[in-house]
Every structure is written in C-alpha cells, then in structure tokens.
Write a protein that binds this ligand. Structure first.
Ligand code: SF4
Ligand code: SF4
Length: 159
C-alpha cells in the first residue's frame, strides 16, 4: 500500500478526475467493487490507531441522534445542544468542536454505543450511495487513510 500521508496531496487532482469518471461506469459494478475493497482495506486498518475523522471532521448530529445522546449523558436536549452542538454554514447541526469532545485520549469514543449515525456510517464507502457521495469521497481521501486506499484500488480496477 502507498503511504497515505506522503501521497494524499500529490493525487488530489488525479482522484478528482477519476472519481468523476467513475460516475460514468456501471453503478452496480462500482458499488459492489467498492464494497468488497472497503471490507478488505478495513481488515488492514486499525481505526483506534488513527481516529483522524474524529479529530478533524465534526459529524452531523440529527434529531434522533441528539435525543439518544442527550438521554445517555443525562442532559436535556437543549442542554446537550448548548454544550455540544452548533449549526454550520450549510445549515446542518454538527458537533461544535474539533477534535470531537467525546474522543478519549486512547482514541475510543466516550459515547460509542449511542454515537451519531454519521459516525457509524463513516466513511460511507460500503453503501449503495457510493456514487451519490462521490464529492465526499474526494474530500475524504485527504482525511481518511481507508478512503485513500479504497480509491487507489478502485483506480487500479477501473483503469
Ligand atoms: S461522537 Fe465518537 S465516533 Fe463520532 S466523532 Fe465523536 S468521538 Fe468520533
Ligand atoms: S479516518 Fe478512516 S481510518 Fe481513520 S479512524 Fe476514521 S474511518 Fe478509520
């Protein structure tokens, strides 16, 4: 595998073009291939050694998440909002700090069992929305070594 940190900047433009080209491929084949590469890459990556997503991308917290997490923390929803959330420039409700305030020093999540849906589904490379999320994957090659390696392998497959 390429070293992610030393290569991620040099392939940004190439990745942008490739990921847009992917949208013209057979979508079923792309989703299926991305799904199997996702499983293979995550077998080799230990998220607890990384936690870069939790350190750099404030996750969206939807209303159901908010209710569940506030309850877990024994806060009212408005207390939870005031302490941990804000509306970003896109109008999404997100965690108000980065790194995430729930990230522990050992890279574990303090609210793991009740974490936001966005955290559970990150980096969105193993679902049917793979093509729809193409712009997100382009951004995520910069933050997530797993996405970087998934895209590298897709480039080899769909060259
Ligand atoms: S809630 Fe947990 S999984 Fe989500 S960003 Fe924060 S520490 Fe990471
Ligand atoms: S950035 Fe990617 S590899 Fe790192 S912890 Fe998050 S999902 Fe795992």
């Amino acid at each position: 595998m390429h070293s992610w940190l030393s290569h991620r900047d040099s392939v940004v433009e190439e990745n942008k073009k490739f990921l847009v080209r992917l949208t013209k491929q057979n979508h079923k084949e792309v989703v299926s291939k991305a799904d199997s590469i996702h499983d293979e890459v995550f077998m080799r990556i230990d998220c607890l050694q990384c936690a870069n997503c939790c350190k750099s991308i404030p996750p969206i917290v939807n209303q159901t998440d908010s209710r569940r997490i506030a309850n877990y923390l024994q806060l009212s929803e408005s207390q939870f909002y005031q302490k941990y959330l804000l509306k970003d420039e896109d109008g999404d409700t997100v965690i108000n700090q980065s790194p995430c305030p729930f990230l522990e020093p050992d890279n574990k999540c303090r609210i793991y069992e009740v974490r936001p849906k966005a955290c559970r589904e990150y980096p969105h490379t193993n679902n049917r929305e793979f093509i729809k999320n193409i712009r997100l994957h382009i951004q995520n090659t910069h933050y997530c070594p797993a996405v970087f390696h998934i895209v590298e392998q897709l480039k080899t497959y769909f060259k």
